[in-house]
Design a protein around this ligand. Sequence first.
Ligand SMILES: *Cc1c(COP(=O)(O)O)cnc(C)c1O
Length: 456
Amino acid sequence: MVSSGERYTYALDENDIPTQWYNVIPDLPEPPPPPLHPGTREPVGPDDLAPLFPVALIEQEVSMQSYIDIPGEVIDVYRLWRPSPLIRARRLEKFLDTPAKIFFKYEGVSPAGSHKPNTAVPQAYYNHAEGVTRLTTETGAGQWGTSLAFATAQYGMECEIWQVRSSYDQKPSRRTMMQVYGATLHPSPSDLTEAGRSVLAEHPDSPGSLGIAISEAVEAAVSRADTRYALGSVLNHVLLHQTVIGEEALRQLGMAEEVPDIIVGCTGGGSNFGGLSFPFLREKLAGKMNPTIRCVEPAACPSLTRGEYRYDFGDAIGMTPLMKMHTLGHGFIPDPIHAGGLRYHGMSPLVSHIHELGLAEAEAIGQLECFTAALTFARTQGIVPAPEPTHALAAAIREANRCKESGESKVILTALCGHGHLDMGAYESFLSGEMTDLDFPEEQLREAMSQVPVMA
Ligand SMILES: *Cc1c(COP(=O)(O)O)cnc(C)c1O
């Protein structure tokens, strides 16, 4: 048999790496509400943020410039894996027997295995350029810690990471990967900070939480002049850096001579979703295309679909500025679902604002449907997805199945924002039948599982 000759991958050249990040804010009908100081309830100023972030990032956080040049030193590190491929999921389409065309932008090709280095690298770069020699951060599942450890290694900086105790104990491979890149790790709560010591005094066996780890990393950053703090999602400058995903995808879909009808992305703090969709939103606002743009979140942590749009703290303890966002309340502790990157009580204020303006919609999907989609995807397309983007894949499959019924051949675009090679525990739990999901009755699961393809 001869090959079908059908194109699967739309590849750009290294010279096509975007040279600017796109800032969507000036193009919106109104800007998002500002973050407020928790004491005064006045908008936070640059001075409030200076102990935490370098000046360049604070400027980007509030910038009204539409495009921001990417420094050459950042592009030189992006060259290690960018441009990332856009892949047409033809084998998935055939299995689903759908007239829809499914494209995914694959960010798992980065050294850390996810989209997070797209912002870790510029964050490390700007700190280094302003003389900072040490960065602190927190990590839950380990994706962000790995990315920042890799990025700081590029500029010869120190990196100190507070990893939530439960995942520190359960995910030794992630821990080792961060150490391979030269980072120093502490299980959180630790006895190295006031915040950690106060938790340990009351709960010596505390499994920790992202909120506690944030408090420890922030405290460690503000206590030394050579140190700043880095955050992997939620903030405007993080979403800005991620727009390289959408800018590349726009060109690659152009190579395929397609225009998206629907864009779906998983949302934890909103950065891979924003990065993929904002350049397309720009085209939509300019009247050049009209895709539906949809956030997909876990049923166990439904900030956009079930949360309230109001000011709330970014962390669990109440140390950060107040941000206007869709939130389940900063005390909300989601079920320990496997998509650790999506277990956040709030949502990026920018994504929340865009949702509020009616420019993006949202749906929530339970984890059993997501892992069913993940197996379908792995067995047809070969890539084992990280637990987080299985939400986007499940939404894409829902849409493709609707197309099958209606006969429409819609163009569906999503981001496969990470691979799941270090998430086998989640797959084990699914395959052994131990994984639970209140929103997905047993009978429906068996029905769904029977539809997972077994490739001969
Ligand atoms: C961190 C992470 C997420 C969630 O963060 P967003 O800011 O919503 O993108 C999703 N997927 C992967 C693979 C991650 O590492």
